[in-house]
Structure formats: structure tokens, C-alpha cells
Design a protein around this ligand. Structure first.
Ligand code: PMP
Ligand code: GLN
Length: 387
């Protein structure tokens, strides 16, 4: 008998585990799961080593290291002009993954509905289900992943509690514009029960002319927005799992109610190390953007050389290709085939859709890799020119 909770059975194994395992098995260049093949800066590693040597190595306060919360407050004020009180409005969590779970488990009651855009980050529907709530899905329109605003409004019922927005977005690389964010604000005015949950883990990977705007910074939005982010992508340390949530006091109380029983606290010495280096972020993230711009442009050129169509992402470190024009109708089969036969692993993006048949033929490439790794993958994909 299957011992897995009925709520989780429909989600099966995460596509990231499946594809990374396949990549290892076939010694493929792994452009599937989104993690860099390089580590974050030396000064960060040195700060972590020092923190492990000198402590703290015991539990951090459940809310998070006080200095780190203070520095996060300064970061949000600098970047969005928003003041958040460290003690009542900022919580440090174990990566955005825990942030998403803590927000949804803390906020939702059974019977509540949450609107998710397709394609979604894979943990959203699973966490909505764990909370006993119901996800309602709205596909973003291809090819530019735009919102069907009429359809969105129609999805809202008296049971709708929240809307999740991922910008810059995984897997589509879309950065919601100021105009689109303002339409969300207007939607919130018409439906005052709505809480907006923004997943902003790629906040520092944005390509001009796109700019990342915090939805919470729009008039009236701060008090109904829960902002989730993490250091995983910003500092190229996805294994550190330190994330953070900004929310007004009543919503922060909901996050903390679940966070204390999920992990209680995130890793103490890493929090202390992050607090120590936070002042370096403005300079460091400027460099990060430059490096990712180079990687994005190289990867798009390599796709071009292999005659694989692609959408140029405005942010995040993913590129979406629709491989149907190459004669491959099924993204799952295509991704398995290129991993096994060509030695490059990618994610079949239909995994990020709930609606049956949606997303078929879409493939996600992660370009958070060294330029050499990308060149090697591009070389291996060249046989597709003849397909
Ligand atoms: N949200 C999105 C959109 C992601 O791509 C990821 C993966 N980094 C996460 C959340 C989880 O982030 P973390 O590594 O901080 O748990
Ligand atoms: N965020 C990463 C991605 O999108 C995966 C994280 C994970 O493996 N859960 O590829």
C-alpha cells in the first residue's frame, strides 16, 4: 500500500531530482536543476568559516539572527523605499522553499483558494495542497507569458485568499513590468480580501531594460503583500538555504506560526556570516548582473547556432525553448532523449503546468553555469541543427 499522503501523491517526484539524477547517470552537462557550477565569493566563504569557528553554532532565534534582520530591513529600504520593522515584519527561513511553505501553511485554511500562474515553480501547488487549500490555475499566454487579465478576474471568488506572483520568473524569465504590477494593485483594490505573495528569489538577476519592481512598493500594497526571497541565487550558494520573508505584522505572525514548527530556525553560523557581508551586496549584485548578462547572451547565441528557438529572458537564469518546431512534440521525451543521446540535461517545462497538455513542447535551460560549461553544452546540441 502506498504510504504517501494522498495530498502529495499527485505531485510524484520533483522534476529537479529526476533530471539531475538522469544527468549524473548519463554524464550529461546539467542545465536542468537551477544551481550554479561555481560557488559564491571567497569573502562570503571566509565569513562563514569564521562564524563556524567562533560561533554561533547553536539554534538561532526562530525569527532569525537580529543583525541579519536589521540588514535586511536596510536592504529593503535602500531598494524599494519600504521600511520593515525587523522584530515584527521580517523572518529568516530555511531558503525560499521553506518561506513558500511557511507562508502558505500559515495563511491558508482548508477550502481557501489560491491563484497560481502556469508555468509555476513546482513547490507552489504542492504547498497549497499540504495546506488543504485549492489551487486555481491561470496559464500565462505564449509566447511572451502575458497575463489574460479578464480570465484572472473571473477566477477570483469569495474563497480566493491569495495570488502568487514570481518575478523575475522561473521558468519563463519574465519580469513583470511596472504597468502589470499596477494592474495587480488595481485588482487588489477591487478584491480587498486578496493577499499577494511575491516570490522574488531572482530579484538581483534582471537584464536591462527590464527592472525589478517590488509589488509591495506600490501604493497601498505593502500591507497586503508577503515578499519571499533568499540568498540562494543572489550569492550563488543554493545549498545554504537561507531565505527571508517580509510581511506586515499580522501576516508575519502567520508565517512565524508555521515556521517555528517547520524548521524553527535557519542555519545559525550562515545567518551570522550573511549579516556580516550584507553591506557588500550593492557592489556585488551589480557585478552579478553583468556576469549573468554574459551567460544569457552566450547561451542564446549557442541555441541560435543549434537552430533551437528560444525566448530571451528578461530576468532569472532560465531560457525557455519551444521545441515543437523542431519536430519534437513531447518535451518529456525530448529532454530524456537529449540527456541520454546528446549529453545535455534540461527540464521538460510541462512539469510546471497543471492543466493537462499545457506546456507540451516547452523546455527550460538553466544558464547559471561557467561560460565553458555553456560552450560544451552548445557544442553537444549542434546535431539538432539537422532535426
Ligand atoms: N522560488 C523559485 C522561483 C525558485 O526558482 C527557487 C529555487 N531556487 C526557490 C523558490 C527556492 O529557493 P531556495 O533555494 O532559497 O529554497
Ligand atoms: N530552483 C531550482 C530550479 O528551479 C531547483 C530547486 C530544487 O531543486 N528544489 O531549478
Amino acid at each position: 500500500m502506498n504510504q504517501v499522503s494522498q495530498r502529495l501523491i499527485p505531485f510524484g517526484e520533483s522534476i529537479f531530482s529526476t533530471m539531475s539524477r538522469l544527468a549524473v547517470q548519463h554524464q550529461a552537462v546539467n542545465l536542468s536543476q537551477g544551481f550554479p557550477d561555481f560557488d559564491g565569493p571567497d569573502w562570503l566563504i571566509e565569513a562563514a568559516v569564521k562564524a563556524i569557528h567562533n560561533g554561533p553554532n547553536q539554534y538561532a532565534p526562530s525569527l532569525g539572527n537580529p543583525l541579519l534582520r536589521q540588514k535586511l530591513s536596510e536592504k529593503m529600504e535602500r531598494e524599494a523605499g519600504l521600511k520593515y520593522e525587523p522584530d515584527r515584519e521580517i523572518t529568516v527561513v530555511s531558503g525560499a522553499t521553506e518561506g513558500i511553505a511557511a507562508v502558505l501553511l500559515g495563511l491558508l485554511n482548508p477550502g481557501d483558494e489560491v491563484i497560481l500562474f502556469e508555468p509555476f515553480y513546482d513547490s507552489y501547488p504542492a504547498c497549497v495542497a499540504m495546506a488543504g487549500a485549492t489551487a486555481r490555475f491561470l496559464p500565462l499566454r505564449l509566447p511572451d507569458f502575458s497575463v489574460d487579465w479578464e480570465a484572472l478576474e473571473k477566477l477570483i471568488t469569495p474563497k480566493t485568499r491569495a495570488l502568487m506572483i514570481n518575478t523575475p520568473g522561473n521558468p519563463h524569465g519574465k519580469v513583470f513590468s511596472g504597468h502589470e504590477l499596477d494592474l495587480f494593485r488595481q485588482l487588489g483594490e477591487r478584491h480587498p480580501q486578496l493577499i499577494f505573495i511575491t516570490d522574488e528569489v531572482y530579484e538581483h538577476i534582471v537584464f536591462a531594460p527590464a527592472v525589478h519592481v517590488h509589488l509591495a512598493s506600490l501604493p497601498g500594497m505593502r500591507d497586503k503583500t508577503m515578499v519571499i526571497s533568499s540568498f540562494s541565487k543572489t550569492l550563488s550558494m543554493t545549498g545554504w538555504k537561507v531565505g527571508y520573508v517580509f510581511a506586515p505584522p499580522a501576516l508575519t505572525a502567520a508565517v512565524r506560526a508555521s515556521h517555528q514548527f517547520l524548521t524553527f530556525c535557519s542555519v545559525s553560523p550562515l545567518q551570522a556570516a550573511l549579516a556580516e557581508v550584507m553591506d557588500r551586496l550593492p557592489d556585488y549584485t551589480t557585478e552579478l548582473q553583468q556576469e549573468y548578462l554574459q551567460r544569457r547572451d552566450l547561451w542564446c547565441n549557442l541555441l541560435e547556432e543549434a537552430k533551437i528557438p528560444y525566448n530571451v529572458p528578461q530576468g532569472s537564469y532560465f531560457v525557455i525553448s519551444d521545441v515543437r518546431s523542431l519536430g519534437h512534440q513531447d518535451d518529456v521525451k525530448f529532454c530524456h532523449w537529449i540527456t541520454e543521446k546528446l549529453g545535455v540535461a534540461a527540464i521538460p517545462a510541462s512539469a510546471f503546468y497543471h492543466t493537462p497538455g499545457a506546456g507540451r513542447g516547452l523546455v527550460r535551460w538553466a544558464f547559471c553555469k561557467s561560460l565553458d560549461t555553456l560552450r560544451q553544452a552548445g557544442q553537444r546540441l549542434l546535431p539538432l541543427r539537422h532535426s
